[in-house]
Design a protein around this ligand. Structure first.
Ligand code: GLP
Length: 236
């Protein structure tokens, strides 16, 4: 594992964007695994800037996102599809039909989960997976549990996650109780992983995840087994 401590959020974002752009340059038709949350916003902003300068071309890139809220369609401003379109996809030259996000409104959720895994497999897996980390150690929406969930699945969000994510909604009651998330197989089979964490409040969970035992109670701890992971952390 490579651990980089960045001086501040801007530098963290720049380093993360650098790693992503290197991936796109080396393999223009790569599969990027992408994440939501507030931490990757600076990374996306930096990538957009480099795209606008003509330094990166996303026209052949495929993307697969980690998760989506159950019950929210892409027009809902709190959905992760809306987030990705607004903060990244609509501002670069990626082909929108090559951007996959699980559907939060599929009638047959089990079929949607199975299909999502099939689609990732058909793409040949993920070349570079960007991850944030939840305060309870979740990655995507893989919440602490008694076992690691392997495949894409529907998950009941923990109270602490609902509370943490309430800041994006008008009120806490509006936060969906369920989400659909990629499981550990697709994440762990990504050729490279880049995890970014910002702020002093993330330090304790990072230590638990990367220095403590590997346990499904801290889902991110499984990443200790990944052969090519970079963690970028900034205290402020
Ligand atoms: C959400 C997302 C995660 C993300 C986490 C942390 O729960 N599902 O993918 O890592 O939030 O978000 P933030 O970066 O805002 O701390």
């Amino acid at each position: 594992m490579k651990f980089i401590e960045a001086e501040n959020y801007e530098k963290l974002s720049r380093r993360a964007a650098n790693i992503i752009s290197a991936q796109v340059i080396i393999k223009p038709d790569c599969v990027l695994g992408l994440a939501t949350g507030s931490t990757p916003l600076g990374t996306y902003k930096q990538l957009i800037e480099w795209y606008e300068k003509g330094d990166i071309d996303f026209s052949e890139v495929f993307s697969v996102n980690l998760d989506e809220y159950i019950g929210l369609d892409g027009k809902n401003e709190q959905s992760y599809r809306y987030f990705m379109d607004k903060n990244f996809f609509d501002r670069i030259n990626i082909d929108k039909s090559n951007t996959l996000i699980p559907s939060g409104t599929a009638e047959d959720r089990d079929a949607e989960c199975a299909n999502y895994d099939k689609k990732i497999k058909a793409l040949g897996g993920i070349d570079l997976q960007l991850l944030g980390i939840g305060n309870d150690g979740h990655i995507g929406f893989n919440e602490p549990d008694s076992c690691f969930e392997k495949n894409t699945h529907v998950v009941r969000l923990h109270e602490s996650t609902i509370e943490a994510n309430a800041r994006f909604f008008e009120k806490k009651e509006d936060v969906p109780k369920f989400a659909i998330t990629m499981g550990m197989i697709s994440i762990m089979q990504a050729k490279k992983i880049l995890l970014i964490a910002n702020g002093r409040n993330k330090k304790e969970i990072l230590d638990k995840a990367f220095l403590g035992p590997i346990t499904p109670e801290i889902p991110a701890s499984i990443l200790q087994l990944h052969p090519d992971i970079t963690v970028i952390y900034s205290e402020k």
